[in-house]
Design a protein around this ligand. Structure first.
Ligand SMILES: Cc1ncc(COP(=O)(O)O)c(C=O)c1O
Length: 388
C-alpha cells in the first residue's frame, strides 16, 4: 500500500531539467572503462599525515558532539591569522567568519540568504556547476556572461551590459575552474567601479586560493578595502589540504552580510564536524602547511604539460587551480562531450567537456584535465594521450 502511494505521488521537480552532474557521469564512465580519472577535481593522493593524526587525536579526545554554529573559536582565529598574513585584513572572528560544510554549502547558503526572489545574478561562464541551480532554488534568475577561449579574459564593458536594476549579485571565481585564469588588479578595479554605490553583493569563490603559478599572486577580494564591503568570499579546506571528502570550508564577509548568511546556515547544516575543526585549527598554524602548495601543484602542471607537448593536444594557459584546458581540434571535430566519451572509452583517460560549464556553450573543442594526481598517474595518462 505504501509503495503504491509513493508511486502515485506527483512531485513537481524544482530542478526538472537537471540530471546527474558531469563530474559523476565522467567518474562513473572512468570506473566502467577502467580509465585514468583526470576528470573530477580531486587529488589521488592522501591528506597530510600530520593532519590525519590530528583528526584521530581529536576523535579520541571526545570532540564528537555538535560544534558551535560559527565554528570553533580556535579555527576562526587561525583563519583570521592567515587572512591577515596573506591579504592584510584583520577579520573579526565573532562576526565575520563562518565554518561551513565545504565551499559548496557556503555558496548555496550565501545565494539563499542574499539573493532576493525575482532578482538576477550574473554568472561568468564557464563556471562551477552549483551556481546556477542554487540561484534557481532561491527563486532568482541566472544571467550568463560567457567568456571566450582561448584567452577567457573578462570584457568588463560586455559584462556591465548584463547588469540591470534587478541584479542582486555577481559571482566571480579566482583562480578559475575550469580555465585556470586568475583575476588581475585591473579586474578587481573594474568590478569595484561597476558595483560601488549599488546594492549588488559579490560572491567570490576562492577555493583554489593557494594554487597560483609562475610567481603570480592570488588577489582575494577580502584584501580589497572597497570590494570587501559587499563581498562574501568562500574557501575550501578540501582543496587546500587534499581532503575533499571531509567537506569543510569557510566563508568571510562583513558583519551585515554574515548576519544574513548565518540565519540560513543555522537551518541548513547548523555546524560541521567538531574533531575536524580542531585538527584544522592546529594544522593551519603549523609552518608551511599551505605555503608550499603553489610550488607543489605547479610541478604537477609542468610534468603534465611537458609530456603533453609531444601530443596533438594544445595547452591553454593555466595560471592557477588544478585544472588545465586542452584544445583537441587538431585531433577531432567531434563535440567535446562525444570526444570526452570516446577518449575515456577508447584511450582510457577521462576528462571533462568544457561545454558542461556553460548554459549555452560555444561550439569549441576544449576539454579539461585535472592534474591533482601523482606523477606516475600523470605520466601514464600523458603517454596514452601522446599516442592519439
Ligand atoms: C570552483 C569551485 N567552487 C566550489 C567547489 C566546492 O568545494 P567543496 O568541495 O569545498 O565544497 C569546487 C569543487 O570542485 C570548485 O571547483
Amino acid at each position: 500500500m505504501l509503495i503504491d502511494y509513493i508511486w502515485s505521488m506527483n512531485i513537481e521537480s524544482k530542478l526538472g531539467d537537471i540530471g546527474t552532474n558531469i563530474f559523476s557521469v565522467m567518474s562513473g564512465m572512468a570506473r566502467k572503462y577502467d580509465a585514468i580519472n583526470l576528470a573530477q577535481g580531486f587529488p589521488n593522493f592522501d591528506a597530510p599525515e600530520a593532519l590525519k593524526a590530528l583528526v584521530r587525536h581529536y576523535i579520541d579526545s571526545g570532540f564528537n558532539q555538535y560544534a558551535p554554529m560559527l565554528g570553533i573559536a580556535s579555527l576562526r582565529e587561525a583563519i583570521a591569522h592567515k587572512v591577515d598574513r596573506l591579504y592584510q585584513r584583520k577579520i573579526r572572528i565573532d562576526t565575520e567568519i563562518c565554518i561551513t560544510s565545504g565551499a559548496s554549502e557556503a555558496i548555496f547558503t550565501a545565494i539563499l540568504a542574499l539573493v532576493p526572489k525575482g532578482s538576477e545574478v550574473i554568472v561568468i561562464e564557464p563556471c562551477y556547476d552549483s551556481y546556477e541551480p542554487s540561484i534557481r532554488l532561491a527563486g532568482a534568475k541566472a544571467i550568463s556572461y560567457a567568456l571566450e577561449g582561448p584567452d577567457f579574459e573578462i570584457d568588463w564593458q560586455r559584462l556591465s551590459d548584463c547588469i540591470s536594476d534587478k541584479t542582486s549579485m555577481i559571482i566571480v571565481n579566482t583562480p578559475h575552474n575550469p580555465t585556470g585564469k586568475i583575476l588581475k588588479p585591473s579586474d578587481l578595479e573594474q568590478l569595484d567601479t561597476l558595483t560601488r554605490n549599488t546594492s549588488i553583493t559579490i560572491l567570490s569563490d576562492e577555493v583554489y586560493e593557494h594554487l597560483v603559478f609562475d610567481g603570480k599572486k592570488h588577489l582575494s577580494l577580502v584584501g580589497h578595502d572597497s570590494l570587501f564591503e559587499r563581498t562574501i568570499a568562500v574557501f575550501s579546506f578540501g582543496k587546500t589540504f587534499h581532503c575533499t571528502g571531509w567537506k569543510v570550508g569557510y566563508c568571510i564577509a562583513p558583519e551585515a552580510i554574515m548576519q544574513e548568511f548565518i540565519k540560513v546556515h543555522q537551518f541548513n547544516v547548523f555546524c560541521v564536524p567538531h574533531f575536524i575543526q580542531h585538527a584544522l585549527a592546529d594544522y593551519l598554524l603549523q609552518t608551511g602547511s599551505y605555503d608550499g602548495l603553489s610550488t607543489f601543484y605547479q610541478e604537477k602542471r609542468d610534468v603534465f604539460q611537458d609530456i603533453m607537448k609531444k601530443s596533438r593536444f594544445k595547452a591553454l594557459q593555466t595560471e592557477g587551480s588544478f585544472f588545465q584546458i586542452y584544445d583537441y581540434s587538431a585531433i577531432s571535430n567531434q563535440s567535446d562531450m562525444e570526444f570526452s566519451t570516446w577518449l575515456t572509452q577508447t584511450h582510457g583517460v577521462a576528462c571533462i567537456p568544457v561545454s558542461a560549464f556553460y548554459q549555452e556553450a560555444p561550439d569549441d573543442r576544449y576539454v579539461r584535465f585535472c592534474f591533482a594526481k601523482t606523477e606516475d598517474t600523470l605520466r601514464l595518462a600523458g603517454n596514452r594521450l601522446q599516442e592519439i
